[in-house]
Structures are given as structure tokens and as C-alpha cells.
Design a binder for this molecule. Structure first.
Ligand code: ADP
Ligand code: MG
Length: 434
């Protein structure tokens, strides 16, 4: 089998299997090698390879197996050496920076202008401008995105600074395990020898007296050596409960920048940016519709785009405003929640007036197999469950049965307008029913 010929199909299938993790740059991937059940996929750089390895391995493996009909193992590998000036930052620990979290992908508006500008300034000269920088804001407003953008940008500079990025919990855990292993000195020298220490969500230092003490000394050592410190939290230093006064005062020494929820226009631009990153084409009208609905937490925009893409692929329809409305039905201002198999089973059993026990039974009459196959198809397209898991929920059926059901319903949907309308109705109900 010529793998080049089927690779586009594999990528398309992987996208429909896991709409939350699609990216425009999937177009740049290629099949390097397909032999003996091993499919090697070539990626342009280390960051994309890591992203794929951590987020997309399962969907690509399943897609390759479905398209080829064989057991396939998928491997992602960097195809050409990156240019020297484009190497990933030297991180103190092998911590993965999210390839999407760059300055290019960050939309600047009045709500985050100061935070963004200070991060850009710092990334150009660590330790020289604002030190420490303390970013605060509610969840989902882009703190982690900005911190990682600084790491990526600063790390690409020719002087190759050593940057330590980690969550506050990571810091605490490493501290505790260093104490347990009796290797506190190693821990201290690791943290005190970096050019920049970036710690996300420092509100978790709250009520951790020993960790606060250790962090205080780390802070002093770095600060006195002119090394950069960047911190984020969900509130300004003085409002973090049970934080020692001496830390509060140090956190206020440099620049404290708040991030507010973005206004409407910024949200529209963020929706467009996120859709672009994923390679999903949406009109301005749809971007505006999503921005109207989601205002408090930007993370929900990603969920909304995933729902819209999933519904569009499931129904094999282009993304129109009407489709977006169907996908986001009942979600005005409410967080986008996960669709579970039970949500789907509830809707399908209600519609066909059958019982779950029937769907799970061995019965093979048309009145039962039809709804059972529809359940499988919807679960496959609207949830992240594997074929095996879906089969498990529906009476312990094996993955080939589920694959067969999905193919059959997909076929019927294309050929039969009634089936198409029925699926649209059920999807709408699944979305409402939560
Ligand atoms: P926080 O750390 O503040 O909870 P994150 O940095 O994790 O928030 O951001 C949540 C999501 O919202 C991420 O996908 C991030 O890329 C996105 N996001 C937030 N603000 C912006 C922005 N101004 N431009 C683009 N994406 C944004
Ligand atoms: Mg965060």
C-alpha cells in the first residue's frame, strides 16, 4: 500500500476522531515510512513532535488502523535538523512548552496590554527590565500562555539562557522529594543557577510554610544575582491567603500586572486566531456569535470550536452560523461541558423508546441494532472514547463491531436525507441535554 496515497485520509480521520487537538500545521506532516506495521510521521520541529506525541498519538494510531485495516503503531519524528538560531530554549528540566503559546498567537487588547508588553520587554533582556514580574488574573485569561511565550522567545536568543519554567506545584513537589531524598543542596543549586525562574500559579504556596521559606531564599539568591523572576497567580500578591509578608513585599518590588477579562472585540480576534491555529474556517459572523456567548474564560472558546468542528464533521456539513448555533445550543454563558456516552445513550434511548438493557443485550432485531449503531456513531464522533470503550458501554462489543457501525451510519447519513436529519436532531438534543 502506498502510504502517501492514504496519508491525507489518515490525517483527516485523526482530525475527526479528536477535534480538540487539530492544528493547521497538520498539513505540513508527511509519512516518512510505513513498513511492518510502523508508520513514521515526519514533523518539522521538536515542538510539533512533542505536541503530537502527547496529544495526538491515540487519534493518529486509531486513524491509521481504521484506514489501513491493520494494526499500526505510529511514531512521530523530527525530519530535518532545526537551524541553530531556532533551537528550543534550554530548560532546567525537560519541560514541554506548548507550541501554541507564543507571542504571535496571543491577541493583545486593552485587558492584557500591560501584561503582554512587560512579557515582551522581559523576553528581550532577562533580568534587566521588570524584576520580578508578577502577572495575575482569573483562570483562563492567558497567564500560562504569556509565561510560556517569554520562555520560548527568550530561549531563542543567541546567548542561550537557562530558563526554569514550572508550576508552583512542581516546585513544591520537587522541594519535598529533595528533602525526602536528602538532596536539598542539589535542588537549591539547580534553582539558583538559572538565568530565569518562571513559576506559574504561585497562589499554591498559600499555607505551605516550608516551601515559602525555601522559595524566599531562592528568590533572594536569584534577585541578588540579577536573574529574572516571573510569577503568576490568580490574585495580586497581597490577596493571596496566608502568604508571608516578606514574600508579598518582594513580589511587589518589580512590576505587578493584572489581566482582565477581554472585551468583545478582543474576544472576536481570539476566536479567529484560535480557529486559524486549528485550521478551521469560520466566517466573521460565526466568530462574533461565539464571542457573544463566551466572555469569562477564554479556554471555553477552544471548547466551543471543538464542538462546532465535531458537529460539522459528524453531520458532514460546512460550518454555517446555524450549525454553530446547534453545536453551542444551551451554552449561553455556561461552560462548555464534556459530552459523555451516557448523555448520548439517554437521548437515543428516549428517542427510540428502547431501554439501555436492550442496547446492551445480544438482540439483533432492527429496532435495537439501529439505535445501538447510532449510539456508537455519535459516541465515536462526539466523545474521545476509544472503539473498545464504546463497545464496552454497549454490551461489551468488540472494536470491529463499533467500527462497522460507524461506517454504516456514516454511509447512511450521506445517502439518506432522513438519517441526516435524524442525526442532526439527536446531536442537538445531546448538546441541550446537559
Ligand atoms: P490561565 O493560565 O490564565 O488560566 P491560559 O494561559 O491557560 O490561562 O489560557 C487559557 C487559554 O486561553 C489558552 O488556550 C490560551 O492560549 C488562551 N488565551 C487566553 N488569552 C488569550 C489571548 N489574549 N490571545 C490568544 N489566546 C488566549
Ligand atoms: Mg495557567
Amino acid at each position: 500500500m502506498e502510504v502517501e496515497n492514504i496519508f491525507t485520509d489518515i490525517v483527516e480521520r485523526a482530525k475527526s476522531l479528536d477535534p480538540a487537538n487539530i492544528r493547521r500545521w497538520f498539513e505540513k506532516l508527511n509519512a516518512v515510512h510505513f513498513n511492518g506495521g510502523l508508520l513514521e510521521i515526519g514533523c518539522p520541529d521538536e515542538a510539533t513532535a512533542q505536541f503530537l506525541e502527547h496529544n495526538c498519538k491515540q487519534s493518529f494510531t486509531q486513524a491509521a488502523q481504521q484506514i489501513t485495516g491493520h494494526l499500526v503503531t505510529v511514531d512521530f519524528r523530527v525530519q530535518r535538523q532545526e537551524k541553530v538560531e531556532n533551537r528550543p530554549p534550554r530548560l532546567g528540566f525537560p519541560i514541554k512548552l506548548h507550541p501554541d503559546y507564543t507571542f504571535d498567537n496571543f491577541v493583545v487588547g486593552p485587558s492584557n496590554r500591560l501584561a503582554h508588553a512587560s512579557c515582551v520587554a522581559i523576553s528581550h533582556s532577562l533580568g534587566r527590565t521588570y524584576n520580578p514580574l508578577f502577572l495575575y488574573g482569573n483562570s483562563g485569561l492567558g497567564k500560562t500562555h504569556l509565561l510560556q511565550a517569554v520562555c520560548t522567545e527568550a530561549g531563542e536568543k543567541s546567548n542561550r539562557p537557562v530558563i526554569q519554567f514550572l508550576s508552583c506545584e512542581g516546585f513544591i513537589n520537587k522541594f519535598i522529594s529533595a528533602i525526602e531524598r536528602g538532596s536539598l543542596a542539589g535542588f537549591q543549586s539547580q534553582f539558583r543557577s538559572v538565568d530565569a525562574l518562571v513559576i506559574d500559579d504561585v497562589q499554591f504556596l498559600s499555607e505551605r510554610e516550608q516551601s515559602q521559606e525555601e522559595f524566599f531564599h531562592t528568590f533572594n539568591a536569584l534577585y541578588n544575582n540579577g536573574k529574572q523572576i516571573i510569577l503568576s497567580a490568580d490574585s495580586p500578591p497581597s490577596e493571596i491567603p496566608s502568604l508571608e509578608q516578606r514574600l508579598i513585599s518582594r513580589f511587589n518590588w518589580g512590576l505587578v500586572a493584572g489581566i482582565d477579562p477581554p472585551g468583545y472585540e478582543t474576544r472576536v480576534a481570539i476566536v479567529q486566531k484560535k480557529a486559524h491555529i486549528r485550521g478551521i474556517d469560520i466566517s466573521d459572523e460565526i466568530a462574533e456569535y461565539i464571542a457573544h456567548k463566551i466572555y469569562a474564560n477564554i479556554r471555553e472558546i477552544e471548547g466551543a470550536l471543538t464542538s462546532i468542528y465535531a458537529v460539522a464533521t459528524t453531520m458532514a456539513r460546512p460550518i454555517t452560523l446555524e450549525l454553530a448555533q446547534t453545536a453551542l445550543q444551551g451554552k449561553i454563558g455556561a461552560p462548555i461541558k464534556h459530552i459523555s456516552i451516557s448523555d448520548i445513550i439517554d437521548v437515543v434511548t428516549n428517542h427510540f423508546e428502547v431501554r439501555l438493557a436492550d442496547l446492551q443485550s445480544k438482540r439483533r432485531s432492527q429496532s435495537i441494532t439501529g439505535p445501538r449503531q447510532i449510539c456508537m456513531y455519535l459516541a465515536r464522533n462526539l466523545t474521545k472514547h476509544s472503539l473498545e470503550e464504546i463497545g464496552g458501554h454497549l454490551g461489551g462489543r468488540d472494536h470491529t463491531t463499533v467500527m462497522h457501525a460507524c461506517a454504516k451510519i456514516a454511509q447512511a447519513q450521506k445517502a439518506d436525507p432522513e438519517m441526516c436529519a435524524l442525526l442532526a436532531k439527536l446531536i442537538k438534543e445531546v448538546n441541550q441535554d446537559r
